[in-house]
Design a protein around this ligand. Structure first.
Ligand code: PLP
Length: 412
């Protein structure tokens, strides 16, 4: 059973006050989860989570995470400027971008962010543009497939990101000649990994690479950035990853590989997005139409412009019909938005209780890559975002777009 993080009365109150559709975030859940993450990695004194801004680029959310000790992981100029406005600077910022424009790189350098180079050619690009900083990171792509117990989880070989091992060595050597003193290693090999082995297995690969890079180039390895990728249980019968077991698995690899090599000062970084926010946000929408043709449809006031994941990846998002949690799921519905696109469906053939016009629906787990992936197709406007505080009060943290916002870039 998947639970919603507020009562049906609270959701009704939010709908009444702010309107629907609306994205709602649970401050308590965000804070508690961040604390559990920090505890799981407390064995590593330098541990730091750099929240992937792209997942939820909302200042109020970034500020909560800042209070919990997190930095930010940025991938563009806009995200860097937003982070700067939220008070992040220097080593609070990781800049993990690819195909990086000059202006973005210059801003990262100006802020003193850790720069994570995606490609060998970026060594020269960075050096010519603004020189090489003392601490620098390179992104690794081991190629092949990432498999657990003979099951393929993802295909690094097909990913556009990162450098080969040979390129990592060349990059470190060149960067040392250009003045770099401390090095980071980064990799992102599996997305939405809900199995506990992902981080420990990747950490082992990266720690072995760290030892090899240190031994062959003499570079001082300052940090290993395990990046994002830890998943969340979108389905009701799915198990959540256990961050304590994950942290312990990384510690074991650290003790086995880095400590004997005399590299016991390496800091562990993460760039989690989905894991930090996904379950602590939801999309509240209202049923506004029902339609009976060859299938049964429920039309809601949200559409794929508010949450793109189902349309884009066929992603499952659980739905709770508020006030009907105890009723039998004896109706088969497609829950759809109003875009002129037949993939604008939040659920297909979903067993749900009977839905009536006016019912409020909670679409679960939209806290990460939810509002953030919003767009304006069909002239649809992005919704507001509201924060549910720990004391039960609510705060508007982003207003809804208006037609004037949409028209702001148009030349009539
Ligand atoms: C998207 C991304 C993340 C966050 O990924 P999640 O799946 O949300 O954890 C972290 N680092 C980089 C470089 C990314 O592109």
């Amino acid at each position: 059973m998947k639970k919603v993080f507020a009562t049906a009365e609270k959701f009704a109150e939010i709908a009444q006050q702010y309107g629907t559709p609306i994205h709602i975030y649970d401050e308590r859940g965000i804070r508690e989860n961040a604390r559990v993450l920090y505890k799981a990695f407390s064995w590593n004194p330098g541990f730091k989570e750099y929240f992937a801004v792209k997942a939820t680029p909302t200042p109020a959310i970034l500020k909560i995470l800042k209070e919990e000790g997190c930095g930010v992981d940025c991938s563009s100029l806009t995200e860097l400027v937003m982070s700067e406005k939220c008070g992040f600077s220097g080593s609070d910022i990781m800049f993990s971008s690819n195909e990086t424009p000059e202006a973005d790189m210059l801003k990262a350098r100006e802020l003193g962010a850790y720069i994570n180079l995606d490609d060998y050619t970026h060594v020269e690009f960075l050096n010519k543009l603004c020189g090489v900083p003392e601490t620098i990171c390179c992104r690794y792509n081991p190629g092949g497939v990432f498999s657990v117990a003979n099951q393929i989880m993802d295909n690094p070989r097909d990913a556009k990101y990162g450098m080969t091992k040979g390129q990592m060595k060349s990059a470190y050597r060149d960067l040392m000649e250009l003045g770099a003193k401390n090095f980071g290693i980064h990799a992102f090999l599996v997305s939405n990994a809900t199995f506990n082995e992902y981080y420990p297995m990747m950490a082992k690969q990266l720690f072995e690479l760290a030892v090899e890079l240190h031994n062959t180039t003499g570079a001082h390895i300052d940090f290993v950035n395990l990046s994002g990728g830890i998943g969340i249980p979108y389905y009701p019968d799915q198990l959540a990853p256990d961050i304590e077991i994950i942290g312990e698995g990384v510690r074991r690899a650290y003790d086995e590989i880095l400590v004997p090599a005399g590299m016991d000062d390496v800091r562990i970084f993460t760039e989690l997005g989905r894991y930090m926010l996904g379950p602590y946000g939801c999309l509240l929408t209202r049923a506004i139409h029902e339609k009976h043709i060859y299938k049964e449809y429920i039309g809601v006031d949200a559409c794929a412009c508010n949450l793109m994941r189902p349309a884009m990846y066929g992603a499952y998002h659980h739905i709770t019909v508020l006030g009907k949690e105890k009723e039998p799921c004896d109706h088969l519905y497609d829950v759809v938005g109003g875009l002129c696109e037949n993939n604008d469906k939040f659920a297909i053939d979903r067993e749900l209780p009977k839905i009536d016009k006016g019912d409020l629906l909670v679409i679960h787990d939209t806290g990460a890559h939810g509002h953030a992936m919003g767009y304006n197709y069909n002239g649809k406007l992005r919704s507001a975002e509201v924060l549910l505080h720990e004391d039960g009060t609510t705060e508007l943290i982003r207003r809804a777009e208006t037609i004037d916002d949409y028209f702001a870039t148009l030349i009539f």
